[in-house]
Design a protein around this ligand. Structure first.
Ligand code: AMP
Ligand code: ZN
Length: 116
């Protein structure tokens, strides 16, 4: 989608640190990291949010996000120490970029602050 920040990053029109890639997804470093490791796993296909996934998208995209997240944490040796995946959805969920993405946070003991 032409006016989408993450589509522009996927297309190489805006720079980002690319951490891992697959046919269906790419992982980039978050520009404002909230943990020593803070990656964003983006589907290459533009889907605004979880609300916008068709059933076919869901079956294709969600496993692809988890597969790339798993590869990333395995490469960084973070499986054993642990990590957190988060998808913010919609305004109350804290979503600010409307291209579906999974946060992957790791590298330190994360606090347990969920909720409002
Ligand atoms: P969310 O609030 O869940 O929509 O997450 C959006 C994330 O995108 C935030 O953690 C931002 O720090 C991150 N972000 C915004 N702009 C960029 C960018 N140009 N490159 C990498 N990450 C970004
Ligand atoms: Zn997009």
């Amino acid at each position: 989608m032409s006016d989408c920040l993450f589509c522009k990053i996927i297309d190489g029109k805006i720079p980002a640190k690319r951490l891992a890639e697959s046919d269906a997804a790419i992982a980039i470093a978050d520009i404002t990291p909230q943990a020593p490791v803070h990656a964003l796993v983006l589907p290459r296909k533009h889907v605004a949010s979880l609300n916008d996934l068709t059933d076919a998208d869901r079956r294709a995209i969600m496993p692809a996000l988890y597969e790339l997240a798993d590869r990333l944490v395995a490469e960084k040796g973070l499986r054993e120490t642990g990590y957190r995946t988060v998808i913010n959805n919609g305004a109350d969920g804290g979503q600010t970029v409307f291209h579906l993405h999974m946060h992957v946070l790791a590298g330190a003991k994360l606090n347990h602050g969920f909720g409002g």
